[in-house]
Ligand binder design. Structure first.
Ligand code: HEC
Length: 164
């Protein structure tokens, strides 16, 4: 074997060992979590879109606990309202590439790409409602109605642009 080949092989082996190594830190080694694996870009895009939605859902639900459920941590409202507005501001990126939709499957409706102007209205509505929510939070005057105005946009888009 040529020396350059041996060097490449040993570098690859070192990289593989590093990838398999447990996480290490002050609390001792912990098993390394598996990386997500996707068959292709469309599968990766779909999964990223769903995880982005789950992130939006987490922020919405935290806000709901405070603004309508009266959890006492009122100072957390700004954090979650700003995160939701940031997700909304950038939401078009996870819908930019059309992904396949099998007949009868759950998920993103082909209408998103067949009727881009309708979809754009949903994106705009969601962006505006969450920007209003974040502005009200920054001014210390957000309430359950601001949150429900944003929630309306979630539900309207799901009703029109998501199959279930
Ligand atoms: C502009 C349209 C639109 C808006 C606004 C929107 N969603 Fe979605 N949402 C979708 C579409 C489309 C899907 C299906 C995505 C897919 O399966 O590829 C989806 C999927 C979801 C899912 C399922 C994710 C999964 O794991 O399959 C959740 C949860 C969700 N949305 C929550 C929310 C919440 C909460 C809001 C508002 C704070 C919101 N969405 C706003 C379009 C939207």
């Amino acid at each position: 074997m040529k020396p350059t080949f041996l060097l490449a092989a040993s570098l690859a082996a070192t990289a593989a060992a590093a990838l398999a190594a447990p996480l290490d830190g002050a609390f001792g080694p912990i098993e390394r979590p598996a990386a997500p694996e996707f068959d292709d870009d469309a599968a990766a895009t779909t999964e990223l879109r769903r995880r982005t939605m789950q992130a939006a859902s987490g922020h919405f639900r935290a806000l709901d606990a405070i603004l309508r459920g009266d959890a006492p941590q009122k100072e957390q409202v700004t954090l979650h309202a700003e995160a939701l507005a940031a997700i909304a501001a950038d939401l078009d990126t996870v819908f930019a590439a059309e992904t396949p939709h099998a007949e009868g499957a759950l998920g993103a409706s082909p209408r998103i790409w067949d009727e881009p102007e309708s979809f754009e209205r949903h994106l705009d509505g969601f962006r505006d409602a969450t920007a209003d929510l974040a502005a009200a939070a920054a001014a210390g005057r957000s309430d359950g109605e601001d949150l429900l105005a944003a929630r309306y946009q979630c539900l309207a888009c799901h009703q029109e642009m998501r199959t279930r």
